[in-house]
Design a protein around this ligand. Structure first.
Ligand code: 4GX
Length: 244
């Protein structure tokens, strides 16, 4: 996948994408991440990228001609242009799964009061990372790149680690433990030391269900349950042994 990021602050992306999983995915050529400095497409002698809003009011608006040239410089037949904004559809793991199947994403980072509305006509989709106001789209773009990259086939180990964890299957993660077995009187649950893989799997599934029920019950409404999960939920809710 190719990801082009259009920004006035390309330096902001250097270290976040030079570390950890994203850096490794880049060096293995599983993802190519480029930043484009929008200011390079301001052609006047002051390299002006923003201007006063028509109609008056506070703040500045990013200029349509500058943005349009910056976008054209990276557009390809299969690129998808995404504008990060609080007015967008809320990002979730399902949206990310969809983005991870694209071959070329262009992320447009707005600043000031936003972009000239005429650019919205060129945008394929508007995405929000949450209902709060950032000072620019850069950090939102970093969130998208990080969360999409780890879904690209081959980026994580070939185990089920991207699917198994929180939200991958619509439930919160079960608790994890590593050595030492006993720490200041706090013990690792006995079942995890037992070597009974099937019982461990069921214990983990039960704890995922309990956690989700207690911490994020609304997630359960968006999810279907298989027979095993129904039986575990019944056991959790009514303290009964599993029936069917
Ligand atoms: N999820 N921001 C966009 C510029 C802006 C201002 C007004 C449209 C209208 C954000 C978010 C976010 C800050 C990025 C304002 N655009 N982006 N920027 N929440 O808060 O994605």
């Amino acid at each position: 996948m190719i990801i082009d990021i259009l920004t006035l602050f390309p330096n902001m992306f250097v270290s976040p994408f030079a570390e950890s999983i994203v850096a490794r995915a880049r060096s293995r050529h599983l993802v190519e991440i480029n930043t484009v400095d929008i200011r390079d497409y301001a052609l006047d002698k002051h390299q002006q990228v923003d201007d006063y809003p028509y109609g008056g009011g506070a703040g500045m608006v990013m200029k349509v001609d500058v943005l349009s040239r910056a976008i054209a410089s990276v557009t390809s037949p299969d690129s998808r242009l995404i504008y990060l904004s609080p007015q967008g559809k809320k990002l979730d793991q399902a949206q990310l799964g969809r983005l991870a199947r694209e071959s070329h994403l262009i992320l447009l980072c707005g600043h000031y009061e936003g972009i000239d509305e005429r650019i919205i006509d060129l945008v394929d989709e508007e995405l929000s990372i949450g209902d709060y106001v950032l000072s620019g789209g850069e950090i939102a773009a970093m969130v998208v790149v990080d969360a999409v990259t780890r879904l690209i086939p081959g980026v994580l180990g070939d185990d089920a680690s991207s699917q198994e964890e929180s939200f991958g299957d619509g439930l919160l993660e079960y608790p994890h433990y590593t050595r030492p077995r006993s720490y200041q009187g706090l013990e690792v649950p006995e079942i995890l030391l037992s070597g009974h893989h099937e019982q461990i799997r069921l214990w983990r599934k039960r704890l995922s269900l309990v956690r989700t029920l207690l911490k994020r019950p609304e997630l359960l409404l968006e999810r279907e349950f298989d027979q095993e999960e129904r039986s575990l939920l019944e056991e959790i809710l009514f303290n009964r042994e599993k029936t069917s």
